[in-house]
Design a protein around this ligand. Structure first.
Ligand code: NAX
Length: 327
């Protein structure tokens, strides 16, 4: 039998992972392929993580061959083929943006270096922990031996939220919505694009025919969905974030459906005027484990301005972490 695929997950005792680990282990990510989970936490959370491991054991998942846990990324990341970086420092009351960036900078410089030194040659790294795009950039810049394109950030949750909101608006099943795109940063400036999206093959913006709704209801609802969930649940989105993390990584490994694309935050090659190297969300297709940014989409003036604003925020974040010496 083949060696199991080694999957690293960080923040493993946290909320998202309480859903994510069970989805991975039950086969939502790689189907019947044997896997080994390698779970990273900070020292004070290791006891809670032991409890999560007990529950994983108690599921008796047939394809879960082994579980390793620890607080040292150089040990936990040893030989990993896939890395899902979920753990991050949450923003606390009174924290400035630069404090948040430095706190996360410390985490993602260390994890980038460890991946660089000990991960498998084929490692793919997906960052969910916020600020996801810039954390991915920090990890990437600290891992010079790993090809730059192997660092992605998660905008699939925003993508799925946009599909769901559009489906509800037009009264059609989510399965009829295709060609959705989130452009830019995973933040309030993100731009969910209905001008290139389709409903049953028909242009979504034309079908909706309501620029007022698109601008003042759809975009803010998608962009502020995280806050609405905190307001309702008292906790941030976890199961849906886990689902999106699985879907992004699954599509990256196994490919996107023929005739459609998904939103992935990937290092820009300069496409659509996004400065090269910024990790920004684009429409992507994947084949044989390699993604490509979909080329040649038309962007109207409205879309152009929205994308430029979100990309400007990513440039600011990159400048801030450069000044902090993190990249
Ligand atoms: P939790 O606070 O429940 O869990 C985070 C876990 O990470 C904690 O157990 C903590 O001990 C651990 N951790 C902290 N530093 C670590 C380190 N250096 N190494 C390993 N583990 C470490 O947060 P949760 O709700 O699970 O969210 C995790 C992250 O996802 C947050 O940054 C959150 O903002 C982000 N999100 C990103 C989303 C996206 O679409 N990109 C959506 C959901 C979520 O808000």
């Amino acid at each position: 039998t083949a060696a199991p695929v080694k999957i690293a997950v960080t923040g493993a005792a946290g909320q998202i992972c309480y859903s994510l680990l069970f989805r991975i282990a039950s086969g939502s990510l790689l189907g019947d392929t044997p896997i080994e989970l390698r779970l990273l936490e900070i020292t004070p959370a290791l006891k809670a993580l032991e409890g999560v491991v007990m529950e994983l054991d108690d599921c008796a998942f047939g394809n879960l061959v082994n579980i390793e846990i620890g607080d040292d990324p150089r040990k936990v990341f040893d030989g990993v083929n896939l890395a899902m970086l979920v753990g991050a420092m949450p923003r606390k009351a009174g924290m400035e943006r630069s404090d948040l960036l430095s706190a996360n900078g410390a985490i993602f410089t260390a994890q980038g270096k460890a991946l660089n030194d000990v991960a498998a040659d084929d490692v793919k790294v997906l960052v969910t922990g916020n600020p996801a795009n810039t954390n991915a950039l920090i990890a990437q810049q600290n891992a010079p031996d790993i090809p730059a394109e192997r660092f992605n950030a998660l905008t699939r949750l925003d993508h799925n939220r946009a599909i769901s909101q559009l489906a509800a608006k037009v009264g059609r099943p989510v399965g009829e919505i295709t060609h959705m795109t989130i452009w830019g940063n995973h933040s309030a400036t993100q731009y969910p694009d209905l001008f290139n999206a389709k409903v049953g093959g028909q242009n979504a913006a034309e079908l909706v025919g309501d620029q007022e709704w698109l601008e003042h209801t759809f975009i803010p609802t998608v962009a502020k969905r995280g806050a609405a969930i905190i307001e309702a649940r008292g906790l941030s989105s976890a199961a849906s974030a886990a689902n999106a993390t699985v879907e992004h990584m699954r599509d990256w490994v196994l490919g996107t459906p023929e005739g459609d694309w998904v939103s992935m935050s990937v290092p820009s090659d300069g496409s659509y005027g996004v400065p090269e190297g910024l990790i920004s969300s684009f429409p992507c297709t994947v084949k044989d484990g390699k993604y490509e940014i979909v080329q040649g989409l038309e962007l109207n003036e409205f879309s152009r301005a929205k994308i430029d604003a979100s990309v400007a925020e990513l440039v600011d974040e990159r400048n801030a972490v450069t000044e902090l010496g993190l990249i």
